[in-house]
Design a protein around this ligand. Sequence first.
Ligand SMILES: [Ca+2]
Ligand SMILES: [Ca+2]
Length: 232
Amino acid sequence: MTHPAKKNAIAWTLVVGLGLATSASSLAAEFYDDFDDGNWDGWAVYNPYGDPGDTLTPVLVPSPEGWAVQGVGSGYGSPEAAYLVHPLPLSGVVELSIEMRAKSGSVAPTHSTLALFNGDDYNQGYDYGENDYAMFSVRYDGVEEYFGEYPIDHEWHDFKWTRDAEGWWSLSIDAQLVLSNFLQDVTLTSFDAVALTVCREHSEIEWVRIVPEPATLSLLTLGGLLLARRRR
Ligand SMILES: [Ca+2]
Ligand SMILES: [Ca+2]
């Protein structure tokens, strides 16, 4: 009899092999907005620190690539952050990337973030200028936890947080892998919205991109079916 762990390894090899074989042809339902048309059509705009229902007009400013979303105000106690939310229904997503080109100033409070929401839960990447690092957070049942801090300056950078087929999160900055497997978490595989924050006028976001890999779950499901059949 084959040892169960070895069976798993065989099944995983199949899954990975199938994944490699089909990934080139699988179509990812990518979400992307660069705001270079000079508007934020499709996004709802909020003031995250105001009263419920408060809106706040963010600023679209000329940027190296066209237009960028900029935060509003400076310091504490002045008009605050721009918070933009766009519907994005996704389900069955394991492999995933959360990407943005952003910069974030050094004067607190300031940050640029991009999050994928499911209800009140989320997975979120930060260009956290006021603390001079990038980081990643998850919020489940109202509790936010932080992971993957990596030092960063206050210039434009391309941030890419990725989750692989086994749930491991990694961070690349400007196409260089800087943190590998800093967290293993697959709590959220369905999402309903994408949201970005630009906090105060020192922070800007040039573009945002979400790349789910819908093929992954079907392959994982197939792997699970293979395992189930072998167990019978
Ligand atoms: Ca637009
Ligand atoms: Ca742009």
